[in-house]
Design a protein around this ligand. Sequence first.
Ligand code: IPE
Length: 443
Amino acid sequence: MTIQVDDAGWGDPVGGVFLGVFRVDTNEYVVKEIEVVHFQEPNFDNKTFLARGLELVLEAFNCLGVTLDEPIQVCRGVVLDGVREGLNAKGYEVIPTKIEGQLQELVEANFVESLRQMGIRDIPRVSGKERFFRQLEWIQDDLEHRERYAKTGWKNWPTKLRNWRPKWRRKHRASLKPPIIIKLGGSVISDKTQRSTPRIETIQQLISEIVAIESHPVVVIHGGGSFGHFLAKDYQLRKGGRSQEKKIGVTKTASEMTRLGHLIHGAFLKTGRPAVPIRSSSIIVAIDGRISHMDLQALREFLRQRFIPILSGDVVADTVRGFTIVSGDQIAMYLARLLHSKQVVFATDVDGLYSADPKEHPDAKRIDLITPDTLDVIFNEIAVGASSEAADVTEGMRGKLDEIFKGLPDDCEVLITDIRQPGTLEKIIHGRPVPATHLRQHS
Ligand code: IPE
């Protein structure tokens, strides 16, 4: 009886390559997958997929009880070079051929189903341009987390495909200028040593500076400060959980964050500039503590209409932990990437990071620039200007910097500074120097 071997997914940027083995006369069928790691470096360069393919086909043969007297028709694709060679060496009669019909459909269908299960919607059954670009689009929607599912070993992955933008998105971008993202640190807008204690005047001062920016769209994200962190710590919310008690902790934290958000929104209201709160927990889903999905449709639409969207660090649903805390920092960097922002400003109560606490050591030096290369060295030396005694479930300044660098696009700059001084923000936007710590991927 004739056996056929065919592959699917070789030309698709997402997922591994599926191998189908089919006994034509009986319709018996076994499918296997050469895992995507074989199409990533260094494996792809070493062509480990050839040996893996043979291994899997032999496993399938074993399942089907294929014997040496059965002719084997193997598809001509490169991915099956190792299979053809290996089967020949084992004494099988190998016939390179173009596989069409039932097997081809089966193995393509299995491959497409695997893409669907990953969450790629509207994926065409037949391979081709549309299927290819749907996958790139899916990766682009969350490059940070989805790139690991891509065949990144392809030569044109780093040079071209990784940066690909669908046409509609190019149009989108043309009509939506990248916003400047401003994160208001919880210790500026609240007294972090006292539960739920806002700094009303400071909030108003900050918002007045922000609304003065008219030349650029702005997104504001505020931290939890003493409204979020005490409760998050009391109930250990970052770790998630399922108990009723924890859920009450979530409820209280969400309620306190609403209260803080209301104060911030109120400050905008006083200025007469249109601003709209967008609840982070309504648009974000996390996986094991990291943002896995953010629905930006409403935010983009409001930005286009020149509203200032206001988000915050928040307690959000987490598909592994039940719920978790995502910091405003993580949200800021995630948004910076998705919205192609060139500047992210972290507003604190000091004008940058210092070699020692500037309040106690007047000779402390500000660190003007940090890159991933200098992070370790600098970090051993610095003490952070902002008070660090206060309750804080985020992992301190080192954690914050790691968070920033994790999501920092190459063409984006982060400034850690105090924007309460009138005109500081305006200067930042126009590229004029201000006292600040700058964070960039390259010096
Ligand atoms: C924390 O957000 C949000 C909650 C605790 C609910 P952030 O981690 O961004 O807050 P700050 O800026 O450190 O206060």
